[in-house]
Design a binder for this molecule. Structure first.
Ligand code: ATP
Ligand code: ATP
Ligand code: MG
Ligand code: MG
Ligand code: MG
Ligand code: MG
Length: 276
């Protein structure tokens, strides 16, 4: 302890590792649930995963997705610099405005602040979405940041995540229908090997009477979160967002969740206020 007085603060600080995000780029922070499925977790002597332990419905647990959305809304409400978020499965991408200087652009601070607020909100609101299900252990989310230099590449990134949502959802819908109809997981996997989009849609339609395009938008499109520009987004007299008309008009600036096609440039042209 007699050495404590000799510690030079500047010397200790000199080991600090700083990774500053590039200025004037589009920063995307993507968080992803740890071990939600593909990584085993030792739990009560059996190998289980977060979504199994909590008996998520397969292929899509709508309540789990809505809980994720609610956490993303909380993040946008907290951080004004985040202008858009896109979520699917156990992941969420948060887009910071180009001019953001949040935490002086220290990536580790930005990532950890977003991931920890998201995670604590997930835990606190669990009961609102699963009133009859106990949260059995604390979930965690990892996070990473990427700087996209141009608007076009940013939109390519978001389109990539939505394409992923589509491909996974279509595969998982087929896979779980086959499993639920009595095939083993290996048989179902083999059955789907090499099939194209059209064949998968035909399988769903002919064997299970499911028209893929009528499945809920939240499953097919994922969820987009942003601040609303005006009351309700209406296109040709039809409410674009969701199946039913929204119960109450949105206030300007209110954070809303929608399940829109963000691959098509039309969405961005119609909502120039989100990322410009
Ligand atoms: P890692 O820790 O590397 O992220 P992981 O096990 O979380 O591993 P992911 O690739 O992130 O793997 O996949 C998440 C998995 O969690 C999905 O494949 C799916 O099985 C499950 N999952 C997440 N959300 C839902 C949901 N709403 N309904 C059903 N299953 C879900
Ligand atoms: P930042 O967001 O930049 O971290 P901050 O307000 O959290 O800002 P810190 O330098 O982290 O500032 O200081 C944390 C402050 O929280 C302490 O200075 C103290 O006032 C208070 N604090 C933290 N833990 C305790 C505690 N156990 N008991 C009393 N006060 C505490
Ligand atoms: Mg991961
Ligand atoms: Mg995960
Ligand atoms: Mg994931
Ligand atoms: Mg502090």
């Amino acid at each position: 302890t007699k050495d404590i007085g000799r510690v030079e603060p500047d010397f200790v600080r000199s080991f600090r590792f700083e990774s500053k995000l590039l200025p004037l780029t589009w920063v995307v922070v993507r968080i992803d649930g740890s071990h939600f499925h593909s990584w085993p977790l030792q739990f009560a002597d059996v190998m289980l995963w977060f979504s199994d332990v909590h008996e998520f419905e397969k292929p899509n647990d709508e309540q789990a997705l809505k809980l994720m959305n609610s956490c993303a809304v909380a993040v946008l409400e907290e951080f004004e610099d985040i202008h858009f978020a896109y979520g699917v499965s156990d992941e969420y991408s948060f887009v910071l405005k180009r001019e953001s200087e949040l935490y002086k652009s220290h990536s580790s601070k930005i990532i950890s602040a977003i991931a920890s607020l998201f995670t604590s909100t997930y835990v606190i609101r669990w009961g609102d979405f699963f009133p009859h299900k106990e949260l059995k252990y604390p979930p965690s989310f990892d996070g990473r940041a990427v700087c996209y230099p141009t608007y076009k590449i940013l939109l390519d990134y978001l389109a990539w995540r939505q394409v992923d949502c589509h491909i996974n959802n279509q595969y998982n819908t087929c896979f779980w229908m086959l499993v639920k109809s009595g095939k083993t997981k290996t048989q179902s996997q083999d059955y789907l090997k090499g099939t194209q989009t059209r064949e998968k849609n035909e399988l769903l339609s002919s064997q299970f009477g499911i028209e893929y395009n009528t499945l809920p938008l939240i499953f097919r499109m994922g969820s987009s979160v942003f601040r609303s520009k005006e009351a309700v987004a209406v296109k040709n007299g039809v409410v674009v967002s969701g199946k039913k008309p929204k119960p109450k008009p949105k206030r300007e600036g209110e954070v809303v969740v929608d399940h829109c096609n963000i691959i098509e440039r039309g969405f961005w042209e119609e909502h120039p206020h989100i990322l410009s």
